[in-house]
Ligand binder design. Structure first.
Ligand code: AMP
Ligand code: GLY
Length: 428
């Protein structure tokens, strides 16, 4: 089958790498892709949000499935666009329609959804410009730190954790009145701060059946020991040892099943990935957020653990056979370290030549922000490379990855050197 994959990050390189191992694949196209995805298929210069250009490409190239990496096209309704077009409606899109994608596209929608279906999450209220004063009063009922979330998509920058009430009130006023995230700032969710340890749980679902993919821990801050600014993610580890079978049973019963039942009861069809950001609060899972896609860099950690044909799983979403695909996972630890451009997540330069890609062995290198120029691979984003390996312990995986990193060089390269250390204490 011919498949079109949308996106250009490390997540998409990992998806492309996994898909191109399938004997069911004929041709893989990636729009727009990066320098790494060309190892797995053909990059095409089409934007993920240009649905008319995607339609033309799909029809001209006999594409039989579209796999959506990032959230934007899903929130913008690419699945609905395909379903409503007589020429496209038989071509499956892996990812939910606009309504299902609202679980990520609107924090207010997702919190109200959780409340309707009694899914554990932090206590919250939503405010807009007209109810700013009520927002101040709600803040006074909470204790520090304060969590403020812009309602819409804000490229990962829409969540603010404020250490004192003065700052929280200022930020609430700033978001609603200065609209730093455009329309995404029209409403703000204020919620209770949850104390615990985070993990990312992923399912693949046809709306009724589901499989739970390997869970992962993401490292969001730029600095070692979780210090400094938030980033898209600086590393990932899977499995997460504290997510034992007892904890995962709670996740399934209290979160996954009520979420799918809730979607069904609201007539929202959902075929694709659902990413549940969780906080483990004293052994009990609470939802921090839903995403309608896989995580990045979690994907680079979890797909190498998946021993099942991913394309076969995707095909099974259309005919109700998801549960009959034999699903197997590599039990070893998968660890990913992200190499970023110096300055990220603030200003950084692009276009630096990356050397050493031919010298690495024993680890996989997924490209995140790269491009090709004059026979060189150059940096083309904040997060540049995702270096992954699998081993029987975190210590061993760390040794393998970190001993290879010195080969990979570009001007002002930076990475965290503590990925996985915090999880060692949970290993048996
Ligand atoms: P989100 O974009 O919703 O994932 O939020 C970004 C980050 O903010 C999360 O990964 C958490 O680290 C943190 N966060 C969000 N909501 C809460 C909460 N209610 N309590 C504690 N931390 C939170
Ligand atoms: N790594 C978190 C995310 O993809 O949203």
């Amino acid at each position: 089958m011919n498949v079109l994959l949308l996106g250009s990050g490390g997540r998409e390189h990992a998806l492309a790498w996994k898909l191109c191992q399938s004997p069911l694949l004929k041709k893989l196209f990636i729009a727009p892709g990066n320098a790494g995805t060309t190892q797995c298929g053909q990059n095409i210069p089409v934007s993920v949000n240009d649905f008319d250009a995607i339609k033309r490409f799909v029809l001209e190239n006999a594409v039989q499935m579209v796999v959506v990496g990032p959230e934007d096209p899903l929130v913008n309704g690419i699945a609905d666009y395909f379903l409503s077009d007589p020429l496209l409606q038989t071509i499956p899109v892996i990812g939910p329609g606009k309504k299902g994608a609202m679980l990520e596209g609107s924090k207010d929608f997702s919190k109200a959804f959780m409340q309707r279906h009694q899914i554990p999450t932090a206590r919250y209220q939503t405010f807009d410009k007209a109810t700013l004063e009520d927002g101040y009063r709600f803040l006074e009922t909470l204790s520090a730190p304060y969590v403020l979330k812009a309602d819409g998509l804000a490229a990962g920058k829409g969540v603010l954790i404020c250490q004192n009430i003065k700052e929280a009130k200022q930020q609430l006023n700033h978001i609603l009145n200065d609209q730093p995230f455009g329309n995404a700032s029209n409403k703000v969710v204020i919620e209770e701060f949850l104390h615990g340890i985070e993990l990312s749980v992923f399912i693949l679902t046809d709306g009724t059946h589901y499989i739970i993919l390997p869970e992962a821990k993401d490292y969001k801050r730029i600095g070692n020991n979780d210090t400094g600014l938030n980033t898209g993610g600086m590393g990932a580890v899977s499995p997460v040892a504290f997510a034992d079978s007892n904890f995962m049973q709670k996740v399934e019963e209290r979160i996954i099943q009520p979420t799918l039942k809730g979607l069904q009861s609201e007539n929202v069809s959902y075929k694709g990935f659902l990413f549940i950001g969780l906080m483990n609060v004293d052994g009990n899972p609470f939802v921090i957020e839903y995403n309608c896609r896989l995580g990045d860099p979690e994907t680079e950690a979890i797909l190498p653990r998946m021993e099942t044909d991913l394309l076969q799983l995707f095909m099974s979403l259309s005919d109700g056979t998801l549960k009959s695909v034999p699903y197997r996972v590599d039990e070893r630890t998968s660890l990913v370290v992200i190499l970023v451009s110096g300055g990220y997540p603030e200003n950084y330069e692009k276009g630096k030549v990356i050397s050493g890609l031919d010298k690495i062995k024993d680890v996989k290198v997924f490209h995140a922000g790269t491009a090709s120029k004059d026979n060189n691979v150059i940096t083309n984003g904040g997060r540049v490379l995702a270096v992954q390996t699998s081993a029987s312990t975190i210590e061993e995986a760390r040794k393998k990855v970190y001993s290879e990193l010195p080969h990979l060089q570009f001007d002002k390269v930076y990475f965290r050197n503590d990925i996985g250390i915090d999880l060692m204490k949970y290993q048996k």
